[in-house]
Design a protein around this ligand. Sequence first.
Ligand code: MLT
Ligand code: ZN
Length: 467
Amino acid sequence: MDTDRLARQLSAVAGPAHVLTDPALCASYETDFTGRYRGRARLVVRPADTAQVAEVLRLCRAAGVPVVPQGGNTGLVGASVPTPDGDEVVLSLRRLDGVGEVDPAVGQVTVGAGVVLSGLHRHVASYGLQFGVDLAARDSATLGGMIATNAGGERVVRYGTTRANVTGLEAVLADGTVLDRLAGLPKDNTGYDLTNLLIGSEGTLAVVTRARLRLVPLLPERVTVLVGLGSLEAALGLVARLRVLDSLELAEFFMAEGLALVLRTSGLPAPFRTSYPVYLLVECAGRRDPAEELAEVLHAAEQAGELGETAVASADADRRRLAAYRERHTESVNAVGVPLKLDVTVPHGELAGFVADLPGVLAGRGRPYLFGHLAEGNLHVNLLEVAAEDEDAVTGAVLERVAAVGGSISAEHGVGRAKARHLHLSRSEAEIAVMRSVKAALDPGGVLNPGAVLPGEGTGGMPGPGR
Ligand code: MLT
Ligand code: ZN
């Protein structure tokens, strides 16, 4: 397909200002924020609404041109950037940023795919409500991308993943057909659940254009605690104690090496006089102040000799200060190199053993920084200084160990292009065959995000590490 001709056709749909072919203008759409996944787009198109998205998809499909949907481009598995082939159109959803009125009768709101998470939080707070999902990339991540990846984040222990907080979708199929499931009815058992099929499909089955979101009460009383601990076992023990609290919002962990890196790159002061092997960040929230019930649990753990120093905060600025030690891990790792990021779930009973065995699995290939969402057994294994020739072997070795202990090779970031060839470690042959049938039914031309999720598909290779 002649790119100039396609650009002219798409300009007639989205307007010439929203079809980008200049490499300088396309650059930010072609690289993920870690710098690991870099590709080259045929062009970038930025439609304004659902009708334009449908027309863009129709034109691309007719031209046989693959499309990579993109939201805030905060994805970490190479699914939101094009391959190096220069073949794909990047379809940016950021202009679909309309936010509807909150319907207090049902506690729901309809938003465009391009709405940024922190903007949604602000919008619904004035109604005394909040969206249950929250994550460190809240100022860039868009709802469309979060839905496409079924983002998890920090509050899954209380509110579940994105899936549990979406009641309906509007999405466009590869042929331009618009599916409208925005009614958001709490009870609706009319056949296959298309909304849930599309959530987590990483732009391979349809392009999400709008979403109906479930909102939960905004809880006014909040307390955050940072705890130093002697071991991962002690941190897991504390998480087990905390589970009795219905006010528990998050239990996030990081380790001494990660904290040292955060302190070095951010200039933040050390949280405690002593350094601990493991740190747990805990937050509780309720209509009534949860500080006392949290203190009771911490006291019992302290009596059992399980706790080191603790720092407690209730004021917003102080709570944010404690959360920063955990949330700034991603940028700190990025600040010193291009990480190999492996986001996995390990069953709780296997976690401590998995972490203890990791040095043997890595065999000196890379420097590990571990952090993540301990309540869900979700480890972010970030590896720096892995030699390019070792990356495949290291990825395979870690993911195989995860599978061997009954975990998942992707907890919350998705499969993307990065893990497609490892999908068999978490999904059976029969399951992958069903996934292929679904893909073939919804996108017979293989236009949508080829090469993502399913192995051996599509036109392009994995966008390469960009160092
Ligand atoms: C996080 O938990 O901070 C995010 O998943 C991002 C990351 O893994 O770096
Ligand atoms: Zn995470």
